[in-house]
Design a protein around this ligand. Structure first.
Ligand code: SF4
Ligand code: SF4
Length: 495
């Protein structure tokens, strides 16, 4: 076959494209939290088929090398074997890279952020008597919705950890919390069931109940029919034992396409006309936060935005929040504790103000914030968290936050950052290495951290002998070489 080389090359190109847009997209959407039953499998299957075809063609191509040459000039069998082996290896590496390239943004920023968030609601070791029986004392306008939301509101993502989650929620409502954030994909929809069992006995109009366009398996996929969206909402209503939810979010939204999915918009308008939902929102803390948030603001379609927001926030994020609030969009802050570190919390034992309260007051000091949502899953959270309601940020709070920042100074590598990466001639994944160190040291997840570190393509052993051109490359002031060397020692258990 004379054109076997071109045909093989074309087959590999198609394989790479299918790797990126097929298997890579499937993996990306799985990481994004989509309901897997809604993801198309065909592109991934085609990727597999083309991979096999490309491999077979490569073998044929290598075998055919020099077939048009006189026997003495034709490559030997060994040379053909080596050539074929190199081509197959190159193809497999290219295919893997195409899949990984699609998934990279989530692996580098959002997943770490979610893991960080998983550590963030911790209880003070020194509950003060004055916190006992704390109640909500401040309600704030939720954008243009007309609702006055409790400044500290309840997230139910981890409420099932409590031995009696319904009682915990009842007590929170009795103490004045009136904004409840839930989702079908929290605890396999048990969170919604819990909320339903509690709110059925309450005056419904006193509460603002929020859910997401999700099933118990994940987000409703972009491009799903309006009926699929409505079915998901109906399931939520049935678990919540209510005729309507006040708000439905496009949950953990990373793409403008999912944000503006016309089928979702149509479903929302239909559900709204049927009285099943009142407002539309978006929650986002993804690699693409800026674009998603700005599109949501400019579209004029969204009533509420839920964004990660904590002291020491990214300046552009404050601009986004300000712009959204000016357009009448309610701002709900989440992940307000800057990845609070448990060991760091011990440092606040003697402070009159807990770190959590200081962090909440900092967030609520921004007049553009309507309320913050925090996961309640321990009884102690009621006293500690609600004590911050309506309180102004004081000098001692700022001192606590500064103390916290000092504790983490030079160590907190931001999950979505990568500003220093180009400074390393070895192309080390500095952010990944430092994140794994954080899991090891601060989250006590040594085994997992070491496993993740071992799986990195490049490790920080090179830093030991390096002249450190990365010095000064971190705007957060992290001494990269020092932290990297220490990371390698810990994560490989070098004494
Ligand atoms: S010290 Fe490490 S991270 Fe810094 S430039 Fe050298 S190899 Fe890269
Ligand atoms: S070390 Fe600094 S610049 Fe590098 S990723 Fe972390 S926070 Fe960003």
């Amino acid at each position: 076959m004379r054109n076997i080389g071109q045909i093989t090359l074309s087959a590999w190109l198609v394989t790479f494209l299918l790797g990126y847009f097929g298997l890579g997209a499937y993996a990306y959407e799985t990481l994004e939290g989509m309901d897997r039953s809604m993801l198309p499998l065909a592109p991934s299957i085609f990727f597999g088929i083309f991979l096999i075809v490309s491999l077979a063609l490569t073998v044929v191509w290598a075998n055919n090398r020099g077939s048009d040459l006189p026997e003495e000039e034709a490559p030997s069998g060994r040379r053909k074997f080596l050539l074929g082996g190199a081509a197959v290896t190159g193809g497999l590496i290219g295919g893997t890279a195409a899949v990984a390239a699609k998934m990279m943004p989530w692996m580098q920023s959002t997943i770490p952020m979610m893991q960080e968030a998983g550590q963030d609601e911790l209880t003070a070791d020194n509950p003060h008597d004055s916190w006992k029986g704390s109640r909500i004392v401040s309600r704030r306008p939720l954008g243009s919705t007309g609702f006055m939301a409790s400044d500290i509101s309840i997230g139910t993502g981890r409420i099932m950890r409590h031995t009696n989650p319904e009682d915990l929620l009842r007590e929170a409502l009795d103490r004045g919390v009136n904004f409840i954030d839930t989702s079908p994909d929290y605890a396999g929809a048990l969170s919604e069931t819990t909320v339903g069992n509690v709110i059925k006995d309450r005056k419904r109009e006193d509460l603002f109940v929020v859910t997401k366009w999700c099933t118990s398996e994940g987000h409703v996929r972009q491009g799903s029919s309006p009926e699929d969206y409505i079915d998901a909402l109906d399931d939520s209503l049935s678990r919540l034992q209510t005729d309507y939810v006040d708000l439905v979010h496009v949950h953990a939204c990373d793409t403008v396409e999912r944000l503006m999915d016309p089928n979702m918009m149509e479903a929302f308008e239909m559900a709204k006309a049927q009285g099943k939902v009142r407002f539309l929102g978006v929650s986002t803390h993804t690699p693409n936060l800026e674009e998603v948030a700005n599109t949501a603001i400019d579209s004029g379609k969204f009533d509420v935005m839920m964004l990660a927001y904590h002291h020491g926030a990214w300046p552009k994020q404050q601009d986004i929040i300000k712009r959204a609030a000016e357009k009448g969009i309610g701002i709900v802050a989440m992940k307000t504790l800057k990845g609070a570190k448990h060991k760091g919390m011990m440092e606040f034992q003697d402070d009159a103000t807990s770190y959590t309260q200081a962090a909440f007051k900092w967030v609520n000091a921004d007049p553009n914030v309507s309320c913050l949502v925090v996961s309640f899953f321990e009884t102690e959270h009621l006293d500690e968290y609600l004590h911050a309601s309506g309180k102004r940020l004081t000098e001692s709070d700022v001192a606590v936050l500064n103390k916290y920042d000092d504790l983490i100074a030079g160590t907190h590598c931001f999950a979505s950052c990568g500003d220093c990466l180009s400074s390393c001639p070895e192309s080390l994944p500095i952010n990944d290495v430092l994140r794994h160190r954080m899991y090891f040291e601060d989250y006590g997840d040594e085994k997992e951290a070491m496993k993740l570190y071992a799986a990195l393509d490049k490790q920080a052993d090179k830093c030991v002998t390096c002249s450190a051109p990365c010095t000064g490359a971190c705007p957060e002031g992290i001494d990269i070489k020092y932290r990297m060397t220490g990371a390698h020692e810990r994560l490989t258990m070098i004494a």
